[in-house]
Write a protein that binds this ligand. Structure first.
Ligand SMILES: [Ca+2]
Ligand SMILES: [Ca+2]
Ligand SMILES: [Ca+2]
Length: 138
């Protein structure tokens, strides 16, 4: 009987995992952005998150994220590809680089985050709740 119960629970866990594979990932991202853990994300938290992201991308810390830095930070180039081979620019980078000069500034990365914030805040209460936090997130 004990064995039956265990395998039943494992089966349920399995089913939940496959029914909604995105939500666990989105949940962990949400928690990473909601720093004061009040269950909602404010615009200030969004901007702070975007600043942390910017520092991660700005590998040589010169205050700008060149496309090559983004490629390296996000591991976009396949390991089998030559060192400086071209990598198609993903939508994510295009979205941040609003003036299209292949350099992302801190202002640009924050503005892109605020834009997404406003898009996700469906009920316009100035907060993004877990329910509102859907792909591609902030
Ligand atoms: Ca840089
Ligand atoms: Ca730019
Ligand atoms: Ca809201």
């Amino acid at each position: 009987m004990k064995i039956l119960n265990t395998s039943f629970l494992a089966g349920v866990g399995f089913a939940v995992f496959f029914a909604n594979p995105v939500s666990a990932y989105e949940e962990s991202r949400f928690l990473g952005i909601d720093r004061d853990a009040d269950g909602v994300i404010s615009q200030a938290e969004t901007e702070a998150y975007r600043e942390r992201l910017f520092k991660e991308y700005d590998l040589n810390s010169d205050g700008r994220v060149e496309y090559e830095e983004y490629v390296q930070a996000e591991n976009l180039r396949p390991v089998t590809a030559p060192a400086h081979s071209e990598v198609p620019v993903p939508d994510e980078y295009r979205e941040m680089d609003s003036d299209g000069d292949t350099i992302v500034t801190l202002d640009e990365i924050k503005a892109a985050g605020v834009k997404r914030f406003k898009m996700l805040d469906k009920n316009n209460d100035g907060k993004v709740s877990k329910e509102e936090f859907v792909s591609p997130g902030l």
